[in-house]
Design a protein around this ligand. Structure first.
Ligand code: NAD
Length: 208
């Protein structure tokens, strides 16, 4: 499969959400133009993105929705389950654990770790909070590939190094820190502040 550019990868979840809502409404086929109009994209862009999945549309019909959903999920790796641990069972960690939608993306948080002794053994969403001294053993026993990192900024680098040493290969980093790790670990940072900054500046421009 061709490597898919990041901007297209970022649009794929939007296509998926829309395609699934068409499917719920009983629609079986969709054209790139309809999808583009509904999402406010140009139809050329959507056509190019969909072509990257390897599927071809049928003249006059467009794309059959089920195979298109499958093809996009395959490109995103969402058709396979990815197990992850969560480290940092505070406000954000608990909110993420409470979100049931991750399973749609194949993401399953199977264990939760926190350094606070008062939290040890307590449950969030049915999962017991484990102490950090159990972390390395758990990762090496389960070969779990991914960690969701929701610890405070000042512990993020140290915790990420622990995760790398234990064998974690991907970190979804919510802490506002640029982690320095070897290139064996893929890190994706999530930053609500940047997203909000973009909204504020667009709002400001709109008001001028
Ligand atoms: N990405 C975003 O847009 C975004 C949004 C909100 C918060 N955050 C960040 O997420 C992180 C968590 O925020 P919060 O409000 O949930 O904080 P919080 O204080 O409620 O929770 C942090 C948890 O991490 C635990 N912890 C601290 N040090 C640890 C360590 N070394 N190992 C394991 N566990 C440890 C604490 O015991 C606590 O339970 C912060 O870094 C915050 O800046 C990011």
């Amino acid at each position: 499969m061709k490597s898919i550019p990041l901007p297209a990868i970022r649009r794929y979840p939007l296509y998926l959400r829309r395609l699934k809502s068409y499917r719920i409404g009983g629609t079986m086929w969709v054209s790139a133009t309809t999808l583009a109009d509904d999402l406010g994209f140009s139809s050329i862009l959507v056509r190019k993105d969909l072509a990257l999945t390897g599927l071809e549309g049928r003249p006059k019909y467009g794309f059959a929705i089920d195979p298109l959903i499958e093809a996009i999920e395959e490109c995103l790796g969402w058709n396979n389950r990815t197990d992850a641990i969560l480290v940092g069972a505070g406000n954000l960690g608990s909110a993420l654990l409470g979100y049931s939608g991750f399973s749609q993306y194949g993401l399953e948080i199977t264990a939760v770790f926190d350094s606070d002794p008062d939290k040890r053994g307590k449950k969030i969403q049915g999962k017991s909070i484990l102490s950090m001294d159990k972390l390395a053993g758990f990762i090496s026993r389960t070969h779990i590939p991914m960690a969701v990192l929701t610890v405070p900024a000042d512990s993020a680098q140290r915790t990420a190094e622990l995760l790398e040493d234990a064998g974690i290969r991907g970190i979804w980093n919510f802490a506002p820190v640029k982690l320095k790790l070897s290139d064996k670990v893929v890190v994706q940072r999530v930053d609500l502040a940047s997203s909000f900054a973009e909204l504020s500046s667009r709002l400001k421009r709109n008001e001028l």
